[in-house]
Design a protein around this ligand. Structure first.
Ligand SMILES: [Zn+2]
Length: 283
């Protein structure tokens, strides 16, 4: 493709050179100079893109000799500079209209896209903070549910209200020596394929820490016998001060001293996800 580009010039101003007294080096006539100032610009397909330098041509009105500004004698150059200072010649607006065109077509959209890009990343950050807020809420609710369930443990579960706990109470009592099994408190809950069993034992001092997990094993084997199908067990045994043993399908803490009760929170996941999704859909 043939590209048309280059420089062009237009006349910006013409008049008398009056900023000082002058003598033509050729015919020696006094104050006889006319001056024409041209402005050059760069064009692309004849559209002016940006302005270039200005040029002054001086002509003696008497002998008609012309002088380029670069070839002037020093005294004439000084007069010319003075004239430019007193009466500076402005360029027409259209010498740089290509720049304006480029700004409108390319630069302004670019700035806008940058601006909206920043806005978008800000709003993403906002969404992220919303998400982390939701995660926190989710976490808090699970802890609240566990706390509530732990408060429901009782030494005398009935078959009607909590059949699993009631069965465990009689089953576990048979297999454990060294603990007052009649003092153990129970609570249980089933969610689909998951069973949560919470126990509170007043005194396990007679059993070494390393052997305390037999209580969890007893619970699990009792459940295996009692239940007709296979469930995932979430078992937590609380001591006098803190959680002693925790066993879940994904992780266990069976050292017998300080167990992380938060491992049990996994049990509440499905229930809460369901609640949150329903709430979102209703909104
Ligand atoms: Zn002359």
């Amino acid at each position: 493709m043939l590209l048309f580009y280059g420089t062009r010039a237009t006349k910006l101003w013409e008049g008398k050179l009056r900023a000082g007294s002058t003598t033509c080096p050729h015919c020696e006539s006094q104050n006889s100079f006319n001056i024409t100032i041209y402005g050059r610009y760069f064009h692309f397909f004849w559209i002016p893109i940006f302005p270039l330098s200005k040029k002054s041509i001086i002509e003696c009105s008497h002998c008609k000799k012309t002088y380029d500004q670069d070839d002037l004698p020093t005294h004439l150059q000084q007069v010319l500079e003075k004239q430019n200072d007193i009466n500076p010649v402005k360029r027409p607006f259209w010498h740089s209209c290509g720049c304006l065109f480029i700004s409108v077509v390319f630069i302004i959209p670019f700035i806008f896209s940058m601006f909206f890009g920043i806005l978008k990343s800000c709003s993403n950050a906002f969404d992220d903070s919303n998400n982390s807020e939701q995660t926190e809420q989710f976490e808090d609710m699970r802890k609240k549910y566990l706390e509530e369930d732990m408060n429901k443990m009782t030494t005398s579960p009935t078959y009607e209200t909590d059949s699993i706990s009631s069965t465990l109470k009689s089953c576990v009592a048979l297999s454990i020596d060294g603990i007052k099994t009649d003092k153990i408190k129970y609570f249980s809950k089933i969610k689909e394929d998951n069973i949560l069993v919470l126990l509170k034992v007043e005194d396990m001092k007679k059993i070494k820490s390393s052997s305390r997990k037999i209580l969890v094993e007893a619970v699990e084997s009792c459940l295996d016998v009692y239940l007709k199908k296979k469930y995932n067990y979430y078992v937590g045994v609380e001591g006098f001060w803190n959680m002693l043993l925790v066993s879940t399908p994904s992780e266990s803490d069976l050292g017998g001293r300080f167990a992380d009760k938060n491992l049990l929170l996994e049990f509440y996941n499905e229930e809460l996800k369901l609640k949150i999704t329903t709430k979102d859909t209703v909104q």
